[in-house]
Ligand binder design. Structure first.
Ligand SMILES: CC(C)(COP(=O)(O)OP(=O)(O)OC[C@H]1O[C@@H](n2cnc3c(N)ncnc32)[C@H](O)[C@@H]1O)[C@@H](O)C(=O)NCCC(=O)NCCS
Ligand SMILES: Nc1ncnc2c1ncn2[C@@H]1O[C@H](COP(=O)(O)OP(=O)(O)OP(=O)(O)O)[C@@H](O)[C@H]1O
Length: 199
């Protein structure tokens, strides 16, 4: 199966772009959503997270105390690496399992905030970066999530810069309101159809 990894820094619009690919019939694996799922379903992982970040990482009903964990990991690089090392292998396994089950589709997309940071782009045939300037991204995320501009910046600082990702990515979608997004997606879709056919 031809696999395309899609990424972008916080608030770039990668999920929005993925919805357009879905309309074109392309299945999308949302790594960030899968991370949220395994963190409340995988017993070994839950035990590891409690050991690393305390029992208060979970509420009594078993849901994740996101604020508690975010407060630790987005303020300390070592703690974030610890969390990533616990969560990412479980997400990689889930993606492999999911991809095998996608039948009769030309290619699949893997949406991941940390495609490059986690090296998971190496498991894809192609990568695409969604970009937008930081001020626009801050505005979008503060509006969407009700978190502060400083919180958005601190998460952004934990990710590779857009400049670095532009060098690593094969393709780019510009989502800064200067050009339409749908034609950019259709153009890439046509490219991926032809690349998948010749793989
Ligand atoms: C720390 C947690 C609990 C905070 O939850 P919260 O609901 O506040 O944020 P959410 O998960 O919606 O993430 C929002 C954005 O933060 C950024 N972000 C999330 N995790 C990370 C990370 N490990 N490193 C850098 N940025 C991150 C991304 O841009 C993401 O889109 C959560 O982000 C988490 O469990 N992260 C670890 C899993 C992970 O690495 N997910 C991303 C890739 S699989
Ligand atoms: N071109 C656009 N015009 C207006 N609003 C947009 C555009 N693209 C994205 N948005 C909005 O900006 C917010 C962030 O977009 P989206 O959730 O797709 O980004 P993301 O990269 O997946 O974010 P995160 O990394 O935080 O998960 C959403 O509320 C979305 O509706």
């Amino acid at each position: 199966m031809f696999k395309v990894g899609i990424t972008g820094n916080i608030g770039s619009g990668k999920t929005t772009v993925c919805k357009i690919f879905e309309v074109l019939g392309i299945p999308v694996f949302y790594a960030d959503d899968e991370a949220k799922k395994v963190m409340i379903e995988d017993d070994a992982l839950i035990a590891g997270i409690k050991q690393a970040f305390g029992n208060e990482s979970y509420f009594e009903d078993g849901s994740l105390n996101r604020k508690h964990i975010a407060g630790i990991v987005f303020n300390n690089k070592e703690e974030l690496l610890k969390l990533n090392a616990l969560v990412h292998p479980a997400v990689f396994r889930a993606f492999d399992k999911w991809a095998i089950n996608q039948k009769n589709v030309p290619y699949v997309l893997k949406e991941a905030a940390l495609l490059f940071e986690s090296d998971s782009y190496k498991m894809c045939d192609r990568s695409v970066l969604v970009t937008a300037p930081l001020d626009i991204r801050i505005q979008r995320v503060t509006q969407r999530d009700g978190i502060t501009a400083d919180e958005v910046k601190s998460r952004n600082d934990r990710q590779f810069s857009e400049e670095k990702k532009l060098i690593m990515a094969n393709d780019v979608i510009i989502n800064d309101d200067s050009q339409l997004v749908i034609p950019q997606v259709i153009k890439l879709h046509e490219l991926y159809l032809s690349l998948a056919e010749t793989k």
